[in-house]
Write a protein that binds this ligand. Structure first.
Ligand code: UDP
Length: 248
């Protein structure tokens, strides 16, 4: 695939519309857990700058900085696995509330939407309402994952990117993109600037969950994976520049 074709894959709508998956780890400093409002404010500033330029932004928050359902699996401490996944989904709402206030404190309107009803703190997600918010320039924060246990927020992000007809699914993470191996463990792992969906699945590269890759592959939704800790990357990615790895 030529570089022009790849560029047009990630920029087709006018105005540009993106779904950004932000892992829980973006809500706190490296190797820490919980929420650091400094990290959240930094995130909020970068997103707001791009929204002011007219880019329509939907953000799917992870919850791994608080908890992941899978972490209780081996512990056998009396919490059912499905309950633990619901706890994980609630963690994404906590992140959403923090990010909402941080973005609004820098003057950008937002709506927090949840996959399950939580009327006191968030609107229940309705696709057509979400579209309307985007058209009105509101950043939408999509919490609660898919609303169902046993999947991750990567799958929720793929689902929302498809139903909101995004140009691209952006995944902000702590590595520069897709490598042949975990670059934190294998220092000479090969970096792939571009890679087909099928190769990710065949080589079992664990950059996103398999369901999300398969869903995007089936509907030709390009994914761009990039390192949010590199200064400027988030803004560049949101603006449509190529950073990290494109999966298409
Ligand atoms: N989760 C779930 N269903 C969903 C999305 C999330 O059950 O549709 C749960 C799951 O336990 C997951 C946790 O919520 O581990 C937090 O999400 P995730 O692990 O995706 O967060 P991240 O790794 O991106 O911080």
């Amino acid at each position: 695939m030529s570089s022009d074709q790849l560029n047009s894959l990630i920029e087709t709508n006018n105005p540009r519309r993106v779904v950004l998956k932000i892992s829980g780890e973006c809500f706190c400093p490296p190797k820490e857990r919980g929420i650091s409002m400094e990290s959240v404010a930094h995130l909020a500033n970068q997103v707001a700058v791009v929204a002011r330029k007219g880019v329509q932004i939907a953000i799917v928050m992870g919850g791994g900085n608080i908890l992941r359902g899978g972490q209780f699996k081996a512990a056998n401490i009396g919490i059912q696995e499905s309950t633990a996944h619901y706890m994980g989904m609630l963690a994404t709402v906590i992140n959403g509330l923090a990010l909402q206030d941080a973005i609004e404190s820098v003057g950008q309107p937002t709506r927090l939407m949840s996959a399950f009803s939580m009327d006191v703190v968030a609107e229940t997600y309705i696709r057509r309402r979400a579209m309307r918010h985007l058209e009105k320039g509101r950043i939408i924060l999509l919490a609660g994952g898919t609303g169902s246990p046993f999947v991750t927020t990567d799958t929720a992000a793929a689902q929302r990117a498809l139903e909101l007809s995004a140009d691209v699914l952006l995944k902000a993470t702590k590595v520069d993109g897709v490598y042949s191996d975990d670059p934190e463990k294998v220092p000479n792992a090969t970096f792939y600037p571009e890679i087909p969906y099928g190769d990710i699945l065949k080589q079992n590269l664990r950059i996103m969950d398999k369901e999300s890759i398969a869903k995007c592959a089936e509907h030709n939704m390009p994914i761009m994976i990039f390192n949010f800790r590199r200064e400027g990357n988030l803004e560049r990615a949101l603006m449509g520049e190529r950073v990290g790895t494109i999966i298409s």
